[in-house]
Design a protein around this ligand. Sequence first.
Ligand code: SF4
Length: 273
Amino acid sequence: MGTASNIKTLPYAELDRRIAAEEARMRSALDRYRECGLKWCTSSSFQTHSIPLLHLLQRFAPDTPVYFLDTGFHFPETLVFRDRMAAELGLDVRDVRSPVGKMGQLDAGGRFLFASDPDQCCYLNKTAPMAAVLPGYDIWIAGLRRDQNAHRAGLATEAPGPHGTRRYHPMLEWDSRMIWRYREQHQLPEHPLEAQGYFSVGCEPCTQRFSLEAAAEAEKSGRSGRWAGLRKTECGLHTELGPAKAAAAAEADPASAPTPSPAAAGKNAPNRP
Ligand code: SF4
């Protein structure tokens, strides 16, 4: 994220216009889902740049359940920040944990899987627990932005999702300047580790503090300070449960293509304004 000094040289009116346009698009999408009687949820990692989406949902759809993948490997500061934001924004935060205990997550050498097989670690602690939640919803709202990495740059705002859901990416066209400006407009706090140089905060073992070397590596690899030294560049939540996999599954089996209908799908009650 840029500093206040360089962002303030940008034309605020243009940022404000783009933010207002994106807000209107999101409000309209949520109104459409509501009119169709659809049920939605979101997931959040409670980073600084996650907070504008949670604030927007609090304004437009305050009953939205917010799922937090509690991997057991988060920084303590993230858990404190999650609790603070839940209280300040009045969020319905629901922790989701892997049914596989940590002693069942060791490799043959007795090490935690994040060291030797991070894809499997993410599968056990994020993908599988979130996959168990999704059948109860029609729409999964995820705060991915096109400017974050190459995988996200190619996403669509709405796309087929896993388990009969559709994925909705309302922040796709936002960039870091808009996020900064929105936080300033609404006086939203930052994750406590950001001041220590962590601009992308995930699980502690897989997160790297900012440095010039790390920035150069991130620029080359698209990892943004995560999974340093590994081939992994994207969270399994957005690959294994991402739109590409879902679209491929639907193409292979057209009968599985999602047609959100809470009545037909046996979903619970739709979200309310
Ligand atoms: S980010 Fe790292 S520690 Fe967290 S679930 Fe994935 S591999 Fe495991």
